[in-house]
Write a protein that binds this ligand. Sequence first.
Ligand code: PRX
Length: 621
Amino acid sequence: MNTSSMLTDEIHEYWTGVANTFQWNKKWDSLQSGNFTDVNVEWFKGARLNITENCLDRHLEKRRHKKALIFEPNNPNEEAKFFTYGELHLSVCRFANLLKKKGVKKGDIVCFYMGMTPELMMGILACARLGAVHTVVFGGFSPTSLRGRLEDSKAKVIVTHDGSFRGDKIVPLKSMVDEAIESLNSVETVLVVKRTLNEIFMKPGRDFYYEAAIKDCELHCPATVVEAEDPLFILYTSGSTGKPKGLVHTTAGYMVHVGNSFKDVFQIKENDVFWCTADIGWITGHSYLTYGPLLNGSTTVMFEGIPNHPTPSRFWEVVEKHKVSHLYTAPTAIRSLEKFGAAIPDSFSMKSLKVLGSVGEPINEEAWQWYHKHVGKEKCPIVDTWWQTETGGILISPIAGLTKLKPGHATLPLKGVVPVLVDEKGVELTTLVASGNLCIKYPWPSLARTIFGDHERFKQTYFSTYKGLYFTGDGARRDEDGYFRITGRVDDVINVSGHRIGTAEVEEAINEHPLITESAVVGFPHEIKGQGLYAFVTCNDESLTPEVLEKQIRSTVEKVIGPIAKPDVIQIVHSLPKTRSGKIMRRILRKIVENDLANIGDISTLLNPECVDDIIKGKKS
Ligand code: PRX
């Protein structure tokens, strides 16, 4: 059935059927309530459950000895680790007892700032076991970014590593935590998991080694039963304005949609091995590395390293080593491996592969074809899955093996999801072929419920642009088959290597450099990253050479946000194009970096039209 023709009753019937496949301590009194006008959506109200019983306990009878988790370390010479459902269950329970010993209880917030090792997955599940709320901060963010998130969430406990391996580097996570929490009184306990064994400072009474602390913790931990709408996690993501937003996902709705979409989209079978290459610090790692696979009793692969370390054949070696059947990765990873040539994947048969997935950014046709031919050997469907941190799970995607594919198209909405395209004024475009802003018309269970501590901002950001609709921030086209093709963000968010970066955040970071007066950051098409960051800056002081200034700007951004937000190109300009009211015209800058000068529009009304020519002349290719 085509979702757009589903009636509310049918949508409800559908979700009721899906929800009935999960384990509940008590079923819901009301399936769904609230709407996008009042922004008070709730699902499964009155139900009681624990998500870890759904991820772990309920599989024990049939799958106790089945592999739940395969851990592939950064260094290929270090042995992989395997955890059966039975073992993962015990590890999670023991970790939960440790958190309990450190005072964590239902509703408390625990922050994870870690590399990708099994303890990260166990830790977040341990939180969920206790009804505590996890907030994972990607280990590539800077201490300043971590501090901002801790100030917002007020997490009392942090779990970290001494350091994490990233290719041939060590990221000194514990000392980064020390820097982040200096004089931040809300943090009472830091648990340190040993990984890189680099020297670290341990503050007595605050810092504890995980290995020592967990030794005498029991292996049995009853699951805390929570309400359907109790929060499961907070995940921070960037928007077009202001500080990163802590999106709050609640337990039952998230579980139902994520568990179900994993099964449906990837058409998972009992003996499949699923490898999602995302870091757990992002929503993809939450939903389709951790919860989705475990909710379905599947085997999930966790990879500590990066695609081209120690060589660009690493991904394909891991696929063969662990007999991966489903590979789910980002276009940026595909493009970065493509540049090493097809001969590398061609020398691997990868015959275990059945389904390929793409996520995080639009996939260009060339990368799609390369992935299809050289990785999937022309026999694996590619599911181009569109979704967001806010949506919790996949909303638009082919169903593997069932939907006819079109490269670059996320194709059709999943059942129960009702996307619409609207024009600038919010009028719904009802013709089949249309191009507009992508909105969702009807609530789905795994929608984030709020921004932590700021419901007004949640309303403003997602529900005020178009009345009664959830606005995604993306543009899309719908073709004669009703297929959606996502064209990219229409706001000031840039998708760099599939990572969401708010231009305002980067500008703020650049402006922290004492010699910078003003800056404007826009996205430009980048061969590998999809989009790169192009920064225009003004500086009144000529004491530094442009090279030195650029270097300093990059390190300022790295310090404030993290390496992922470092501008690819920096152009020092005399002034930025502004309206008469002083607003920087980023639209003009965007056209310049996209080499689309024909569409630059009328500049005569600008406060300083003469600067546009200078900027064009000085543009760096
Ligand atoms: O612009 C869309 C892009 O990624 C944004 C969401 O980013 P984030 O919240 O970090 O979540 C990424 C992982 C789900 C979207 O607004 N995006 C995500 N998937 C696709 C995509 N763009 C095109 N095609 C996709 N398949």
